[in-house]
Write a new protein. Structure first.
Length: 742
């Protein structure tokens, strides 16, 4: 590698590393940078080999793919050095789906996981493409496009928080401009003397000046500069976990009540090391569709359920807690609960243990904004995990102001509009009006869970049920109706609100059905969600409904109540579907096993397959390179040049077969050395065309090449099969400059 190539390689490495540093806000630690650096260096080596062997860009791309699979396990998949079949399959899967996994994983991404493949891929492509372009394109600024594209890719795949504005802004621009300037000066090296030197200096300075000027003018207008929002894909990607498909756990609230006699006195889960009075969050429900309060999954880093690493970044300050949770059978058997992971506060880490730890950790998703988690493989009895979290200790403001607008459709909040105005009375301001409604409900409402003599007070919180709750003689219901209606009222008053299903553990850490409650949180101007306990807007459970006909509706025309919709059922899955949803953990007799390969065959394929596959890839690459060379010699250039390259192809084939042919000899001298093949006529025809006065046509060149093909086949027919195979894989004639003659 000469000085110019070394300089290009150095600039490619520096610029690509500066671009990859943008992942520092996406990954935890700096291991990703080491993996990316290895990828860049390997890419540069691939580009250099492609140039040294004078291979087309297509071959360089193919070699890049081979290197990705050959070394990807050792570089990006920790502890998986050999390119076994599972490793190759994992690399193939990550190269296709890893991008979406990265975008749907909550930063910082764990650097001990498989998503390190992403910086490895980007570095490998950046190094190979950047160096190849630098050595094959004369335009000075052209190779700079590769690290710029890499930087743009890192920004799009990263977070909205810039990693290092100085490094990725001024430093990157100056280094890129310097590289372009040096390349421009190199182009004018043929100009001699002082005038040539002045020309090179002026050219380089001009390119550098233009680059800096463009950066100075365009930089402030780019996304992420100053107050401009930074465009990142994770803010616009819909995560693959559709939590809306999970049944709303609020729908089945009646089963926790005393009169239902279902889960009232059954243990759902146990917790330990939780501060007294702290609440456990089961599910955060922030979307109302006229039938149920459910969880939304809006695109955005803080509003969607995303994969997490070993650490979850939280901006909350407060008390650090470590809560240990063990799931009981009653919780695992509830179809509307078993996907929801009980947590506390703002989780900073979740560590699963037990027999299903690996699958549950892989299927765990956390919503940073909702402070809620789901396990798509569903929880099982006996599952245990530890939640590291921060419990917010900030004092709530006396008169908090709302943050933004309600995201609940106004046609549903209109259901509570008339009662919100009536119960708010003369209070002014969203918070004061909400406090007035709280006081009214607490003082005038009644509690009923549909027990004996109260069966007319139905469960559910669809539009019809809430219509009777709000417009009846007296608000009557349990946590479900009060929390659902109160959240709608808060949203109608201009205070964004959501419902939280959770629990207050008993003194021994047990959570039973009777400990489960629903409360409301409102979004205030400082960005926090302030909880409003159910005890503030609900009456005491001992206060029973007035003895009034439940059909009597107050001012029924005051609100237009949409027709009641069917309540989202807790589950309609049959046994097979439930088994699939639970990740295949089913009980009962297993079905008949299908045919399986013997273990020794599996072992042979696992350990012997990758080397064989790698060898096949290398052999295929060599054969493809030679075929491509032969095709170019046959089709590229003038008819005269194709006569010359036809003879060169024949001589190269003889050398590959192991026949000694002088490199500096004339065609006739070489034909003499190959006298056994009787190809003197071809040598004479080539000389006559190259040195003769006549003009040859494309048809003449094609006829000559057909004779070359016949001679090649005759040479191969004169040797054994193994020698022909060795000739096909012989690298002798692929060395740079081999076979060139005057």
């Amino acid at each position: 590698m000469n000085r110019a190539a070394l300089a290009d390689a150095a600039f490619v490495v520096v610029l690509c590393m500066a671009a990859l540093f943008g992942f520092s806000t996406t990954y935890s630690g700096l291991s990703f940078l080491l993996v990316g650096a290895v990828g860049v260096l390997l890419g540069v080596i691939v580009g250099w080999l492609g140039g040294m062997l004078r291979q087309p860009v297509l071959m360089v791309a193919l070699l890049t793919v081979v290197v990705f699979f050959l070394l990807g396990g050792a570089v990006a998949l920790r502890g998986q050095i050999l390119p076994t079949v599972p490793v190759l399959a994992s690399l193939a899967d990550l190269s296709v789906h890893g991008w979406m996994q990265l975008l749907t994983t909550l930063p910082p991404v764990d650097t001990s996981g498989p998503l390190l493949v992403i910086p490895y891929i980007l570095g490998l492509i950046g190094g190979a493409a950047g160096f190849t372009l630098a050595r094959r394109v004369r335009l000075s600024i052209a190779p700079v496009a590769v690290p710029v594209a890499l930087l743009a890719s890192v920004i799009l795949l990263g977070t909205s928080e810039p990693a290092a504005l100085l490094l990725q802004g001024a430093v990157f621009t100056c280094v890129a401009g310097l590289w372009a300037a040096l390349r421009a000066a190199r182009r004018h090296q043929r100009v001699g003397g002082r005038a040539g030197r002045a020309s090179r200096l002026l050219s380089g300075a001009g390119v550098l000046g233009v680059t800096v000027a463009i950066a100075a003018v365009a930089g402030p207008a780019l996304p992420g500069a100053g107050d401009n929002p930074r465009l990142v894909l994770r803010d616009h990607v819909q995560p693959p976990v559709d939590v809306a498909a999970f049944p709303s756990p609020l729908v089945g609230f009646r089963k926790y009540t005393k009169d239902a006699n279902q889960l009232w006195d059954q243990a759902l889960f146990t917790v330990s090391s939780l501060p007294a009075g702290a609440t456990v969050r089961i599910a955060t429900l922030d979307d109302y569709d006229g039938s149920v309060w459910g969880a939304s999954n809006r695109p955005g880093a803080a509003t969607s359920f995303q994969r997490v690493g070993t650490r979850i970044e939280q901006s909350v300050t407060g008390t650090q807690v470590s809560m240990r949770v063990t799931i009981k059978p009653a919780y695992a058997q509830a179809d509307d609960l078993d996907a929801w992971l009980p947590t506390v506060g703002a989780a900073t880490a979740v560590d699963f243990t037990g027999p299903h730890a690996a699958s549950e950790s892989d299927s765990f998703r956390y919503n940073l904004g909702a402070r809620s988690g789901v396990v798509t493989d569903r929880l099982s009895a006996g599952d245990s995990y530890t939640v590291q979290a921060v419990i917010d200790s900030t004092t709530s403001p006396v008169d908090p102001q709302p943050l933004g607008q309600s995201e609940v459709d106004s046609k549903f909040t209109a259901l509570a509009a008339s009662r919100a105005v009536q119960w708010a009375g003369k209070a002014s301001g969203p918070w004061n009006e909400l406090q007035a409604v709280t006081t009214y409900l607490h003082a005038n409402g009644a509690y009923s869970d549909g027990g004996p003599g109260e069966t007319q007070f139905l469960p559910g919180h669809g539009a019809g049920r809430l219509g009777s709750f709000l417009n009846g003689h007296q608000p009557v219901g349990d946590d479900e109706q009060y929390a659902a209606a109160f959240a709608l009222i808060a949203n109608d008053l201009g205070m964004p609100a959501r419902v939280v299903l959770g629990a207050v553990p008993e003194a021994d850490g047990t959570v039973k059905g009777k400990d489960v409650h629903a409360w409301v949180e409102v979004h205030v101007a400082d960005g926090r969600w302030i909880p409003i306990p159910q005890t503030t807007f609900m009456p005491d459970t001992s206060r029973k409904p007035d003895q009034q006909p439940p059909q009597k509706i107050q001012n029924a025309s005051a609100a237009v109540v949409p027709p009641p919709n069917a309540v989202r059922p807790p589950s309609t899955l049959d046994d097979a579907e439930q088994a699939a949803t639970r990740g295949g953990r089913v009980t009962g007799d297993p079905g008949p096993e299908g045919w399986q390969l013997p273990e020794f065959v599996v072992a042979a394929l696992t350990w012997g397959g990758p080397p064989i596959l790698l060898g096949a890839l290398v052999c295929g690459l060599i054969v493809a390179i030679k075929a491509r060379r032969r095709s170019l010699r046959r089709s590229r250039g003038t008819p005269v040049s194709r006569f010359a390259t036809g003879w060169l192809e024949l001589v190269d084939h003889a050398r590959d077969l192991g026949v000694a042919v002088s490199r500096g000899g004339t065609r006739r001298e070489q034909a003499g050395e190959l006298a056994r093949y009787d190809i003197g006529g071809l040598a004479f025809a080539a000389d006559a065309t190259v040195f003769g006065p006549g003009l040859s046509s494309d048809q003449d060149a094609e006829l000559f090449w057909r004779e070359i093909d016949r001679a090649r086949r005759a040479m191969s027919a004169g040797v054994g099969r193994w020698r022909r195979i060795r000739a096909a894989l012989n690298l002798t004639t692929l060395r740079p400059g081999w076979g060139r003659r005057r």
